[in-house]
Design a protein around this ligand. Sequence first.
Ligand code: SF4
Ligand code: FES
Length: 246
Amino acid sequence: MNLTLKIWRQKNAKDKGKLVEYKVTEISDHMSFLEMMDVLNEQLVNSGGEPIAFDHDCREGICGMCSLYINGEAHGPDREITTCQLHMRMFNDGDTIFIEPFRSRAFPVIKDLVVDRTSFERIQQAGGYISINTSGNTQDANATPISKHDADMSMDAAACIGCGACVASCKNSSAMLFVSAKVSQFALLPQGRVEAVDRVMNMVKQMDDEGFGNCTNTGACEVECPKGISLDNIARMNREYLKASI
Ligand code: SF4
Ligand code: FES
């Protein structure tokens, strides 16, 4: 298929940036979206141009690095997939595709389609861990019984890969879905209860300090999340926060 691409180009964080039009031809519908971007970059390099910077790593939906906003949707038109799992068969010959970076005050553009998501790392550092030292003292998994229901919900929350699509999709740039997933995965397990109060207070404070907006329950984050993280986690985090505040 032949496509017209309108891609956000921005030299650096200070540059104003603009959409630039490119044409790609003979794109196979079996290609992934990032492979199509590779074809374009090869074209640009071969003609002496500057390749388009975009984030990627595992290319199998695990690492959370890929982050494009495609035709107005984080990770593009398919559901519960990352950009690297998006295939060109979701598009038609002759389509014009708009490709932009994830946009949020807390995710400043570094170059072209690459944004700085270290704000997520600082939120994780504020409490997204368990600090009990288990080295040399690992207990048998069965020593702490956990109900299947709680274990399943914790695992579902732990599926969050920290991509930031929830923030990019939210009109308020809220990071509540991400933070609530990280709080929930521990809050549901006895191992996580020990530091539960400090965790939720510190992570929410860091989230606010980073400049993310508030949640107004629009649900766009849940729709665009590649891992199907549920809004129930936000309700759980709010309960955890209220309990911790009291
Ligand atoms: S909640 Fe979903 S959209 Fe948000 S960071 Fe985690 S995986 Fe990405
Ligand atoms: S490149 Fe790792 S999730 Fe897309």
